[in-house]
Design a protein around this ligand. Structure first.
Ligand SMILES: Nc1nc2c(c(=O)[nH]1)N[C@H]1C(S)=C(S)[C@@H](COP(=O)(O)OP(=O)(O)OC[C@H]3O[C@@H](n4cnc5c(=O)[nH]c(N)nc54)[C@H](O)[C@@H]3O)O[C@H]1N2
Ligand SMILES: Nc1nc2c(c(=O)[nH]1)N[C@H]1C(S)=C(S)[C@@H](COP(=O)(O)OP(=O)(O)OC[C@H]3O[C@@H](n4cnc5c(=O)[nH]c(N)nc54)[C@H](O)[C@@H]3O)O[C@H]1N2
Ligand SMILES: [Mo]
Length: 766
């Protein structure tokens, strides 16, 4: 099936982020999902205390929400879930799985919400309807027959704290710690890097810090598309004349200008707030070099100040009392030459110094970052380099200052908090053992990359997915799809049809679940769930839309169903009681994590949420040294092979458009980047286009530069001349995932390095 697409149009976008473009884009999606205007009233409940928490990004929910506390993309995510379209038994009767494999991601999800539990039927090559009891009975039988170590239980980051707690417990009672989640592809370098550097694996910033900050640094996060509600905090900061210094290879519209669609004055006068005051188009993978340059400047300036008795540049008192390792870090910075720093970062010394000068003057600095820092082979070191910069002036653990990793999925951080982790040391296994009277496995489980390796080598035979679209989101798509189909069992708990359902194992189930916006009624009445946002606040969420079908079930109900069918009964785990009343799950969570969830059930609807204790925010450093650590990177490159590449090899950045949520494609426009009607795009610098003998608008193929014996090719991309550094190019995720070798990941956190993939560009054969 082909999508109904107009001829692609590429023309520079001159408008701001937000504004009328945002209002138009939202109207289009409400119409397309056939949502009547009255249905749009649901949006009024989004991110409100006593309403539901947005299913899109994890950005913080304020204490005093705006009348419309949602953004263009959050509203699109709600519309996507609330759609009037249904993907039911008649659809699966009409289409074989082989046929559906030829459909685009867009076309698959556009069929609407899944309505019935489905089992793959090899005889007809179709998914057919089954009863829930049949589904659980066979899944249980299959899981019991498999070695628990050969099964992976993946979570995608959207499911609630309650469901995730049950899912983690199920995995451990079954016998493994194979609990990767989407965080493994996302902010794992944050969890690893921040933990080692400051002792807390999460950001130290709270929403109120935005009101006290006097400088914001922005590294590799595309706020306009991926966390648009943050634009309100940024706009407020700009009104107070707070400078915003951005490092990003692309000039992203949301980081340049914003018109608040909720401000009638701004909309009518078409006025916009300038967001970034300095914009540094760092090369992909050049942040370690850029930040090293800033630190080098600060250290030298501090020496000069000290020599002549002027106020110091470094926060000497903080460093003395709270940090470890400054000396080695200073030696490292001193040893780097400006020419190397310029070459690796792609920025001039004066540009780096300009950023450092603003930083040196600021009292309270926020360091905000996203996938531009984490998705590199040295992603953890890049995160830690930002920490170094912040430590030099004591910008951690005081009002207005702090590290602010912008998390992805709306509960991805919370899933880690309640035990979705392959690292046994991160789960309170002793307490779990005592609480539930069983011996949880103590061996390390599989993370995403290890799970993929296991699927390729055949050691992973079963995969249970709590949401997500794993096979589409991971690297090396072509190799992985082939291996994926060799698994014995694949079970997907999902809301919409996606490619991971179609590249199925021998026994394969799709279990349709309620989304967060829907009413979830159990024995004790309508239920609420909870989640954790990007600033470590827990919030309650209550759905109000009518469930899509009488056959769909809630995520806790489905997890309990699988658990009961698989495990021997355990009198200490009352799966049915939990499902009947989710407050009892919250009480169980509180018993496992008494310091974290004190009275979660009583307080989760408090305006602004309940803050989780974050030690580093209080300047308590839970590290081995007992201090905040300066760390020295192995080298300046975020990819150790960068220097040895032939000149025709470019570093490919995979990006999200303004019209997608991860592998969910809402449409084919990327308004802010001036692209309409296609996603098969390659953004290139004009000089590279000339140098490689290509021209703007031409069709090209890409091949990965790697000598591991695998040809990785994506064909048919249109060259678009774009303001991107020489030597870099950009295109869309997930279409370009077949180009990422599985081994191309962060060395420490194992996050796939999706931001600087070495590729060659070839003119497409005529
Ligand atoms: N609407 C919408 N919202 C989303 C999502 C979505 O797909 N759609 N996804 C959610 C998820 S799971 C996540 S993790 C977040 C992702 O949100 P982001 O962290 O913003 O991730 P990306 O879209 O991958 O874009 C990263 C940015 O980094 C820049 N960049 C690339 N390489 C480098 C580099 O080497 N250095 C620097 N400094 N910058 C670089 C890119 O130009 C881009 O602007 O958003 C979440 N929110
Ligand atoms: N090249 C490249 N690859 C990347 C990235 C990149 O920047 N570049 N980013 C990475 C990142 S940051 C992430 S987080 C991963 C994302 O990887 P995943 O989290 O695995 O993928 P999603 O696309 O978010 O999952 C979409 C599916 O989730 C299901 N779903 C939606 N809502 C619900 C719900 O409420 N409950 C349940 N049970 N299911 C639901 C729907 O069926 C939908 O089809 O991709 C990673 N892959
Ligand atoms: Mo993510």
């Amino acid at each position: 099936m082909t999508d109904k697409m107009a001829e692609p149009v590429i023309e520079p976008y001159t408008g701001p982020a937000g504004g009328w473009g945002s209002a138009r884009s939202l109207t289009e999606i409400l119409l397309r999902e056939e949502i009547p205007v009255s249905g749009a009233a649901l949006l009024m409940k989004q991110n409100k205390p006593d309403g539901f928490m947005c299913v899109s990004c994890a950005w913080s929910k304020p204490k005093k929400p705006l009348t419309f506390e949602y953004c263009e993309n959050g509203a699109k995510a709600t519309a996507w879930e609330q759609t009037a379209k249904r993907c039911g038994p008649d659809f699966f009767a009409r289409h074989t799985v082989t046929e559906l494999l030829g459909w685009t991601d867009y076309a698959l999800e556009e069929q609407g919400r899944l309505t019935h539990p489905l089992r793959y039927d090899p005889a007809s090559d179709r998914y057919v309807t089954v009863s829930w009891s049949e589904a659980f009975a066979e899944i249980g039988r299959e899981l019991r027959a498999l070695d628990p170590k050969s099964v992976v239980n993946y979570a995608s980051g959207r499911a609630s704290l309650e469901t995730s707690y049950m899912f983690g417990l199920f995995s451990r009672m079954y016998g493994n710690n194979n609990l990767p989640d989407s965080s493994n592809m996302c902010h794992e370098p944050t969890s690893v890097g921040l933990k080692a550097s400051i002792g807390s694996p999460v950001g130290t910033t709270k929403l109120e810090d935005f009101e006290h900050s006097d400088l914001i640094l922005f590294f590799g996060q595309n706020v306009g598309s991926n966390a648009p509600r943050m634009l309100h905090q940024l706009q407020e900061a700009r009104r107070r004349r707070v400078p915003i210094v951005t490092f990003n290879p692309l000039r992203e519209r949301g980081l340049e200008r914003f018109t608040n669609p909720q401000s009638p004055t701004e909309m009518v006068t078409r006025s916009a707030t300038e967001i970034s005051t300095q914009y540094h188009q760092v090369k992909a993978g050049g942040d370690i070099a850029a930040i090293t340059g800033m630190c080098k400047f600060l250290i030298a300036a501090d020496r000069d100040a000290k020599a002549v008795g002027r106020p110091r540049i470094l926060d000497v008192a903080f460093i003395e009392e709270h940090t470890h390792g400054l000396e080695a870090f200073v030696a490292y910075c001193d040893a780097q030459s400006w020419s190397a720093l310029e070459a690796r970062s792609g920025l001039t010394r004066s540009a780096i110094e300009a950023a450092a000068q603003v930083y040196a003057r600021a009292r309270a600095v926020l360091g905000i970052y996203g996938m531009g820092l984490t998705q590199h082979r040295k992603g953890t070191e890049a995160v830690q380099m930002l920490v170094n910069l912040m430590l030099l002036r004591g910008n951690v653990g005081r009002p207005g200052a702090g590290l602010c990793p912008v998390r992805g999925h709306s509960n991805v951080q919370g899933q880690r908090t309640v035990g979705i982790t392959e690292k046994p040391e991160l789960a309170p296994l002793d307490r779990i053992a005592e609480q539930y009277g069983f011996a949880p496995p103590r061996d390390k489980g599989l993370n995403t990359v290890e799970a993929c390796k296991g699927i390729i080598d055949g050691s992973v035979k079963g995969f249970v997915s709590l949401g997500g679209n794993f096979v589409r989101a991971i690297p090396d798509t072509v190799r992985m799809e082939e291996a994926w189909a060799r698994m014995r069992l694949t079970v997907q708990i999902s809301t919409k049809l996606n490619r991971s359902h179609l590249v199925h194992g021998a026994v394969s189930y799709i279990l349709p679940c309620l989304g967060r916006i829907e009413v979830d009624t159990q024995a004790s009445g309508p239920q609420a769930v909870s989640m954790e946002d990007s600033t470590s606040c827990f919030h309650g969420s209550r759905g109000s839309a009518k469930p899509v079908s009488e056959h769909v079930r809630s995520e806790p109900w489905i997890v309990a169903g699988i658990a009961k069918a698989t495990l021997d009964p355990n009198p200490k785990v009352d799966w049915d009681g939990w499902v009947a009343d989710y407050a009892t799950i919250r009480r169980a969570m509180e018993a496992t994590y008494p310091d974290v969830f004190h009275d979660l059930d009583g307080r989760m609807f408090d305006p602004g949420g309940i803050g989780k204790p974050v030690a580093a925010r209080e300047r308590r450093w839970e590290t081995e040294s007992g201090k905040a650590n300066f760390t020295v990177p192995e080298g300046l490159n975020e990819d150790p092979d960068m220097d040895s590449r032939p000149p025709e090899v470019l570093d490919l950045i995979t990006l999200r458009s303004n019209d997608q949520f991860n592998t969910t494609i809402y449409g084919y426009d990327d308004r802010f980047r001036g692209v309409k009607g296609t996603r098969m795009i390659l953004f290139m610098n004009a000089a590279d286009i000339r140098r490689l003998g290509l021209s703007d608008g031409e069709t090209v193929d890409l091949e990965t530069h790697a000598d591991d014996g695998f040809a990785r090719v994506v064909k048919g991309l249109r060259v678009v001349e774009y303001g991107i550094p020489v030597g870099n190019c950009g295109g869309y995720y997930p279409e370009l995932n077949p180009l990422i070798p599985l081994w191309h990941h962060d060395e420490q956190a194992k996050t796939p390095a999706a931001k600087a993939i070495p590729i060659r560009v070839r003119r497409a054969a005529a």
